[in-house]
Structures are given as C-alpha cells and as structure tokens.
Design a protein around this ligand. Sequence first.
Ligand code: 9MR
Length: 378
Amino acid sequence: MKHLAIIALVLSSFVAQAQEIPVFSRKTPTLKELVPFRLGVAVSTPQVEALGSGSRKEKLIARHFNQVVAENCMKSFALQPREGEFHFDEADKFVDWARANNLAVVGHVLVWHSQLPVWFAKNADGSLCSRETLLARMENHIKTVVAHFKGRVYAWDVVNEAIEADGSYRRNDFFKILGEEYIDAAFKFANEADPDIQLWYNDYGNESAAKNATIAALVRRLKDSGLRIDGVGLQTHVRIDEPSVDAYEDAIKTISAEGVKLAITELDVSVLPAAWNLSAEISSRAAYDAKFNPWPEGRLPDDVNGRLGERYRELFLLFRRYSSIIERVTFWGLSDGDSWLNDFPMAGRTDYPLLFDRSLRLKPWARRALAGQKLRDR
Ligand code: 9MR
C-alpha cells in the first residue's frame, strides 16, 4: 500500500507538472500577433544609423512589428538636399534592413511643406518659383524617389498635411504657386512613376469634422479627375484626454465612405499638460516652463500610467471595430525616449506617449490594451 501511495504521489506530481508545462511554455504573443491589421513603428534617424549593430531597439522592432516607416530619413530635405543631388544611402540602409527582417515599408513623404529644402519652391533670390519650375521639380523629385524604391516600398505618403483644421487648404508654397492642384500633380507623378504602389494622403487633427469634409472632397475630386488615391492616413497624435473616440469614429466613417483604405499612421498619446494647442504643426513652439513638465524623472505615476493604458485600449477597441478598412496602425516611435513629443511644442519635456518606456520595458498594460481586453487591476 505504502508503495502504491508513493507511486500515486509521484504520478500525480508528474500529472501536475504535465498540466503546468503548457502554461510555462506557452509563447507570449508578440504585439503584432495581437491585432487584426499590420502593426508598424516609425524608425528615427539615430536608430537607422545603428541598424545592423544588433541593438535591443533593433531586435524589438523586428520582433513586435511587421511594418516600418522612416521618421525623417525619406523626407525631401534628406533625399534631395540640393537640387539634383540625391542621397539614398541612409534610406537604402533602412529599407534593406526592413526587408531582410520581413517588415513592410511605407515611404514618408513625397510632398510636404515642412522639412522641404529651401531650393524646392524658391528662386535663388528667395522669391517663389514659377508654376513650370515647381511642377518640373515635383515631377523630378517624385519620379526619381518612387522609382528608386520601386518594389521595396509598398505605399507612399504622396502629400502630407495640406489641409487646415478649419477645412481650408493650407497656404504653403506649393499652394501659393499652384493652388490645390499641386495635390493632383503629385498623385499623377507618383502613379506614373509606379502604378503598383499604394498612394496615400496623410494628415493630423483628424477630430476636425471640417478637415475631414475637405479630405473627403479631395478624394472625390482626385478620383473624378481619373487620378488614383488608395488611402488616407489619420496621423493620430492625440492626448490622454482628447479628442473623443466618437470624433475619431466620425472621421473614419466620413473618409472611408469615399472608397479609400484608412491607416492610423503616426499614433502616440501625450500625457503632458497641453502646452500649446492640439496640433502637430511643427512650426508652433513654446518656451520651456517647468509647470508643463510634471514628471521630469522618467517615471510616470501609476494612476496616470493606468489611464494611459485605458486610453490606448479605447483607441484599439475602435481600430479593431474598423479593421476591415484600417490597413495598419503605426506608432510614431518605439519608446518614450525616442518620441518627438519630448521636444514639441516645448523643448526639454519628458513625455510618456508610447508602448515601451525609457528602459525599453513594454508597459504592463500594452498587450491587453492592443488586444482590446480589460486591463488588470494595478
Ligand atoms: O517626428 C518627426 C520629428 O523628428 C521631426 O523633427 C519633424 C520635422 O518636421 O517631423 C516629425 O514627424 C512629423 C511627420 O513627419 C509628419 N506628421 C507630424 C510628425 C510630428 O511632427
């Protein structure tokens, strides 16, 4: 009997272990496995420079995401700093690394008023160039760049941020010279350069109904003129408490009604007090003031971190509901330390807008928030 009891005890401990094995060996899902769309991240220029060194950041990007976009190194000032002088080394390094790691690449950006090299829309004396000159420069830039990355980039942001919050067209140099038809020209040149890549319009401030109405009208106009536009990117630089999810849902409905795909292209959630307005307009700046930088030590209080998780969860619940039209969700940076928000609109702040903290630890709520699951009590 005694022997039997010992055997039973040994067996039951085996059974218990056997039952536990799946629990211990079950693979923790990567972030990209938790969502029904592509999951992307913007890669900063210092990160691009370090690619190939086997850094922890590089490993995290390759492991958790399946799409990337260059935060800066594929903009016109980087690719063609002087007229006719193209620099592709850094961007090529980025694109080749991405492809070797099975990451789909989005090109950002062909036509944008910001980070535009001075020569692009100006004469040597600083005055605005002629219509013909600007069209020729746009055509050369767009066709050279798109052709260079053909087959390696699957979608391009063709035009970025052409519309203001009030729904009017931004009076940038392109607009001053060509009117809103600079947008038509950009889409035409991009399509001629590569009929197989996706062509996107991209903008921020997506809670504005007036802006969305103009974006929808723009999509309609382009299509009516026989031009191709495949998608509209909603940048989604938002704050912990605004804008409302309902306003975002309205944007999704209004724009997708025009028969284009959507993507969340530059997601981040600022937790800091609004130091300016709710804008991603990079030319707005404010002088440093410590009262707008409440957590300078790099540690966010638990309650605020918890609210950040809830905010991400409500956003992902919305994105998941529209996953049949949302093609990808891309974070504008890997970790809090990488974010542009630390310096915008006020330099020297410490923001906490992304999924990985400054030590590259995944925030405790991240997996559940992306999966749309109730967060655990903290
Ligand atoms: O994150 C980018 C930052 O490093 C650059 O200094 C800035 C320059 O204009 O651009 C930032 O990225 C912007 C993106 O290209 C377009 N949408 C708004 C983004 C944040 O400003």
